[in-house]
Design a protein around this ligand. Structure first.
Ligand code: AMP
Length: 501
């Protein structure tokens, strides 16, 4: 029977003796062995009651078994719902209540705390530990090693991915087989992935980047991945000579740059470094090129849209930009109900086979963000330059409106970052009695530098209109970031809400 995603990503692994996964401890898993694991798990999950259309939630550590659970869900036609292991039982309660999965996979260590939560929402709890042990392994023992996949059309749902939800409750983005496969095919082609590639996979697999962009591309193209439980610079530096490509969030690159072992020689066998999920500073891009000779390829996407833009593989990879819309993806930048002129800031809207099907059981939220003509309002502010490169200037909700004027944080942050001694910065709006909101700069000094906030403010004052100038600056050792490397401006706004009170 046809199953869009299974047929493209998993079925071709049958009989494949070459490696699919290389683990940091040296273990290797062939494509065929992985597919047999997927089949055993699928049989055991089916026996536990999972059928086509059911949701299966997984709050588990990253392991080959955890990725196999995604494959097993796809094989059964179920909807895979990965959850960040950092979520607390209260948060999990919300997700299980909203998605009502049939099965909930979780780490054995948390089973006691989460059992009542699963029971409350009618989900069967099955343990899967980070080392692959647990109930699921036991249930899978002796199960058949092949499976006839459930029939699934391109329109059927394959995954439910909750948005990170820094404001309001997180929403479940419904992703169809077509959404996932079309994006994987386009990216694999654009970035020239082949069965000769070995990808350094150090991203979490509860998020689009690691689960869909990284894993799906390798599955589709028949290559291998060095599958790491987390970001471990030691392991990456050690294993890089075996690899050809890496996908990372910007913090991977800044962390690698801080290690003297990152050199041209070490990266000589690499053909591609990709960055996304958060803005890569132009400085990081340039420094990486100086050190390694490689120009990092930056791309842009989100939970609801998979990937939407990418810098070119062959053409100029322009630092500080996210490149062009992907083939098949329409992108427009809207300002005041019309398309923005080149250089003008507006909100990115995208349409294409990559765009999700709506928010799970939230028709009103879906209607707010997904236009009837199929364009999704991303909430990201951007401009397009004369050559068509898209420059992201921040999230619409991070826009500062001071005295009635719009301040785009990125514009101010770029100037602050140029001041000697500043490593990076975050510009936020905080309540102000006169201006409504005032611009506040949060500064991180370079290692070993004693930064004087007033000196930094004076350095940028002459280069910014008065309303854009930060009214105050604070110096902090580091910016709060989530696991995907995104600066959590909502936390900064909370921390400094009373600054001008
Ligand atoms: P998520 O849904 O968690 O993947 O977050 C998606 C958001 O991350 C986007 O809406 C952007 O705000 C941000 N993002 C992703 N990639 C980039 C990038 N290359 N540059 C700037 N922001 C990015």
């Amino acid at each position: 029977m046809a199953n869009t995603l299974y047929d493209a990503l998993f079925a071709p692994l049958a009989g494949r003796a070459s490696d699919l996964m290389i683990l940091p401890d040296g273990r290797r898993i062939s494509g065929d062995a992985f597919l047999r694991l997927v089949a055993r798990q699928a049989h055991s999950l089916r026996a536990a009651g999972l059928t086509a259309g059911d949701r299966i939630a997984a709050q588990v550590g990253k392991s080959p078994e955890a990725l196999a659970a995604y494959g097993a869900a796809v094989a059964l036609g179920a909807v895979f719902l990965p959850l960040n292991p950092a979520y607390t039982p209260d948060e999990v309660d919300y997700f299980l209540g909203n998605a009502t999965p049939r099965i909930f996979l979780c780490d054995g260590e948390r089973a006691e705390a989460l059992a009542p939560v699963a029971a409350r929402h009618g989900a069967r709890l099955i343990t899967l530990n980070a080392d692959g042990s647990g109930d699921l392994r036991q249930l899978s023992k002796g199960q058949p090693e092949s499976i006839e996949p459930a029939e699934r059309s391109p329109e059927d749902l394959a995954a439910l991915l909750y948005t990170s939800g820094t404001t309001g409750r997180s929403k479940g983005a419904m992703l169809s087989h077509r959404n996932l496969l079309s994006n994987t095919e386009v990216l694999a082609d654009l970035w020239r992935f082949t069965d000769g590639d070995v990808l350094i996979h150090a991203l979490p697999i509860f998020h689009t980047h690691g689960l869909f962009v990284a894993s799906n591309i390798v599955l589709l193209t028949g290559g291998a991945m060095i599958f790491m439980p987390g970001f471990d610079p030691e392991a990456i530096l050690r294993l890089m000579p075996q690899a050809t490509a890496m996908m990372g969030v910007p913090t991977f690159y800044t962390r690698l740059l801080s290690d003297a072992r990152l050199t041209r020689e070490l990266t000589a066998g690499m053909r591609l470094f990709i960055s996304g999920s958060a803005p890569l500073l132009a400085e990081t891009h340039q420094e990486f090129e100086r050190r390694t000779g490689h120009r990092i390829l930056e791309r842009y996407g989100m939970t609801e849209t998979n990937m939407s833009t990418s810098n070119p593989y062959d053409g100029e990879r322009r630092a500080g930009t996210v490149g062009f819309p992907l083939p098949g993806v329409e992108l427009r930048i809207m300002a005041d109900g019309r398309e923005a002129a080149p250089g003008e800031v507006g909100v990115i809207e995208v349409r294409g086979p990559n765009v999700f099907q709506g928010y799970w059981q939230m028709p009103e939220k879906t209607a707010e963000e997904l236009r009837p003509d199929g364009f999704f309002i991303t909430g990201d502010l951007a401009t397009r330059d004369a050559e068509g490169y898209v420059h992201i200037v921040g999230r619409a909700k991070d826009l500062v409106i001071s005295g009635g004027f719009n301040v785009y944080p990125k514009e101010v942050e770029l100037l602050l970052d140029e001041v000697p001694g500043v490593l990076e910065s975050a510009v936020i709006g905080v309540p102000h009695p006169d201006f409504g909101e005032a611009v506040l700069a949060v500064l991180v000094p370079r290692p070993g530098v004693g930064l004087d906030a007033q000196v930094v403010l004076a350095a940028v004052a002459g280069r910014l209109a008065r309303f854009k100038q930060p009214k105050a600056a604070v110096v902090v050792p580091e910016l709060p970031r989530n696991t995907m490397g995104k600066v959590q401006k909502n936390l900064l706004r909370e921390t400094y809400a009373g600054w001008f009170a």
